[in-house]
Design a protein around this ligand. Structure first.
Ligand code: ZN
Length: 132
């Protein structure tokens, strides 16, 4: 298992993009829209991991709800695994509360699933697996 990315919920992708671009001295981050999650993403590679600035593309987006409740900030930590379904089954059997019991489409051509924050000390955990 390794850290794939950290998701940061932001109100304005453009403003946050400029800010983080300065921090990482990088002005051409990767951009992507994930329809299924109703988010748009700016990705900054940092070593083997990625910082993902994530903004809502619709009021019912989970990111919009998160910002409404808790404000901007770190939204989730994502771990890359080899076999996502096997990990979900293993965690479920161990009594971990899953948000997604089956993989769905994520950014960067990955399959993803979320684990409920109540199972990991208030931290929303995402597991992801490279496709193919
Ligand atoms: Zn993520």
């Amino acid at each position: 298992m390794k850290i794939s990315h950290l998701g940061i919920a932001v109100k304005s992708l453009e403003e946050a993009g400029i800010r983080y671009g300065e921090l990482f001295d990088l002005d051409e981050p990767h951009r992507e829209i994930v329809e299924e999650q109703k988010v748009s993403i700016l990705s900054f590679p940092v070593g083997d991991a990625v910082i993902e600035l994530t903004a809502a593309t619709a009021p019912e987006s989970p990111i919009a709800k998160f910002i409404e409740k808790r404000g901007e900030g770190i939204h989730h930590i994502a771990f890359e695994v080899e076999d996502l379904q096997a990990e979900l089954d293993r965690l479920k059997a161990a009594g971990v509360r899953l948000i997604n019991e089956t993989p769905r489409e994520g950014a960067h051509d990955m399959l993803i699933a979320f684990v409920h924050p109540s199972s990991f000390n208030g931290v929303l955990v995402e597991l992801c697996q490279r496709k193919g």
